[in-house]
Design a protein around this ligand. Structure first.
Ligand code: NAX
Ligand code: ADP
Ligand code: K
Length: 503
């Protein structure tokens, strides 16, 4: 699903208004109706609703929602922030439509605000939406600070007020800290970024019928991954297939004290459906691998505690995954250096393989095209240098992927896949229970297993991050986020596959 910028959303509105055709007032009514339907399923009419409105169409949505909720028997009060700014036409119309039974409070100074809102109250934040053009100041900023201090639940309409949809919000700006955000038609880019995503709280997308033709033709480099995409990507396993059909993967990693990392990757590659798996570890890892992952074949390095070589014949493998528990010993670095001079199967690189790359520009330049790299933000910074903000980091991601013709999964709450041609795919599965050691090693195993089965690098990245997060979500349903550990991820991978196949 494409993500639209605020400007593209305005264009989508205008296109819909002209082509459907529908008046802009009716489009606002449709958006507010969708919002109220969602809200009624979650909050009973016993919950008092306080609607805070700015002068634009976001405020207009708030007014329309106030009217609809009142019709449904909710106790609604409206607060208009009046700073002398002129109101939008649809705001004015909706103000006129407001039944007189709804109390309208006109706020011109901080002192006009009620001393406090009840904890059971629901605040609808309709101060500003995607039309925000500068940080909030004066009374608007004061209202935001006031609302953020209230014990009430805050539901933001479209986007938390004060948050820029597709540009960095200057630090220190007043921004609503929403509990829930109901956003129209498409999520905002800001919801997916580490520094701004938290303001939106739990967010949901409400379709409001923007014109299909516009949505199909509009160009956006930003997409969110949704399960529908996987119906076509995920391949069936045919009746007469055999283990050779599903590829032979090689995982190389592990060092003394970090053998668990490569063990978890191995389990994950197998659960991702690979036909055959070989794991190369230092000698001290031999018994560990043979006992904990009996399905895998094991090769050992000459060295006892760390890796110093790769197998000579790599032609029989369809994917080579390197990194979990790899270490950064000098021998290991030299082995990686000589590896890059050979003809190689598709690569997945993680953890210390990335740190070695980061420390060696020449090595980086020899990175084979179509490799998949899976850095967390710190590893990414080592590769590209620091980013000044989340949007700059996306720029660095794009530059790195195009310069090295590779795919980078920048891991996080919404892991982002960068591609050589400049697209970004944000993942929508996963939860904070996955912030636990070894989660990334599991992802490496999944990607290696998928790539060995012949999935293209982009397909493997998309399917891999989605399945990994979904396994985390299913595991969290069973054991809770607190107790989730990385091995739960590969143990729930089967359930994640089933969910995708049967959806
Ligand atoms: N397709 C959609 O997504 C639809 C969106 N609608 C609503 O319309 C909203 C966008 O409406 P608008 O474009 O009127 O945007 P806003 O409601 O955000 O208001 C923008 C107005 O506020 C002013 N402004 C911007 N930043 C300011 C600041 N920091 N301090 C003071 N004034 C500031 C602008 O100059 C402009 O006049 C959406 O967020 C959504 O709530 C719906 O009504 C209809 C359909
Ligand atoms: N809050 C979160 N929400 C969703 N996914 C998360 C969250 N925290 C971590 N993850 C996922 O867990 C994995 C952690 O990887 P990484 O940091 O490399 O861990 P490790 O090095 O311990 O294996 C990534 O795939 C990341 O997307
Ligand atoms: K808002």
């Amino acid at each position: 699903m494409k993500i639209l910028t605020a400007a593209q959303t305005r264009a989508a509105d205008a296109f819909t208004i002209a082509q459907e055709p529908i008046s802009s007032l009716d489009l606002m009514e449709r958006a507010s109706w969708a919002l109220v339907q969602w809200l009624k399923q979650r909050y009973s009419a016993a919950v008092p609703v306080f609607v805070f409105c700015g002068p634009g169409n976001n405020g207009g949505d708030g007014l329309a929602a106030a009217r609809l909720l009142h019709q449904d028997g909710y106790d609604v009060q409206v607060f208009l922030i009046e700073t002398g700014q002129s109101a939008s036409a649809d705001f004015t119309q909706n103000l006129q439509r407001l039944p007189s039974a709804i109390a309208v409070n006109r706020l011109q100074r901080l002192e006009d605000l009620p001393p406090g809102l009840p904890p059971q109250a629901l605040v609808l934040d309709g101060l500003f939406g995607s039309g925000l053009s500068r940080p909030l100041e004066g009374l608007y900023a004061q209202v935001v600070t006031y609302l953020n201090q209230q014990p009430a639940t805050i539901l933001s309409i479209d986007i938390p007020s004060g948050l820029f949809a597709d540009a960095p919000t200057p630090s220190g700006s007043a921004v609503i800290q929403a509990d829930v955000t109901l956003t129209f038609e498409r999520p905002k880019l800001a919801f997916l970024m580490p520094h701004s995503g938290g303001y939106a709280g739990e967010w949901h997308v409400l379709p409001i019928g923007l014109h299909e033709d516009f949505l199909n033709q509009v160009e956006s480099p930003y997409q969110v991954l949704l399960p529908e995409a996987f119906q076509t990507i995920l391949r069936p396993r045919s009746k007469f297939s055999h283990k050779g059909t599903f590829g032979h993967a090689l995982l190389v990693g592990g060092s003394y004290g970090k053998m668990g990392a490569i063990t978890m990757s191995a389990h994950a590659a197998l659960r991702a459906g690979v036909g055959l798996l070989t794991v190369q570890v230092p000698q001290s890892g031999y018994s560990i691998l043979q006992t904990t992952v009996p399905e895998a074949m094991v090769l050992t390095d000459d060295h006892e505690r760390h890796l110093s070589q790769f197998p000579e014949d790599l032609t029989k493998y369809q994917c080579l995954g390197i990194g979990p528990g790899f270490g950064q010993a000098e021998d290991t670095r030299l082995a990686l250096e000589s590896l890059f001079r050979q003809k190689l199967p598709p690569l997945v690189l993680d953890a210390d393989a990335l740190n070695l790359l980061a420390a060696d520009r020449l090595l980086r330049q020899q990175l084979p095209p179509d490799s998949i790299l899976t850095p967390h933000p710190k590893e990414f910074e080592r590769l590209t240098g620091p980013a000044s903000d989340d949007f700059h980091r996306l720029q660095l991601l794009q530059n790195f992927c195009s310069e090295h013709a590779c795919y980078v999964i920048l891991k996080g709450a919404h892991s982002c896949i960068g591609t050589p041609s400049g697209e970004f795919y944000f993942n929508t599965t996963g939860n904070p229970g996955m912030a636990t050691g070894g989660s990334g090693d599991v992802l490496t195993g999944i990607l290696t297993g998928l790539r060995a089965q012949g999935y293209s690098p982009l397909e493997a990245c998309q399917l891999g991050v989605y399945l990994h997060g979904l396994a985390g979500d299913l595991a969290a349903e069973a054991v809770g986020e607190d107790s989730l550990i990385a091995s739960d991820l590969y143990n729930y991978l089967g359930a994640a596959f089933l969910q995708i196949r049967h959806s």
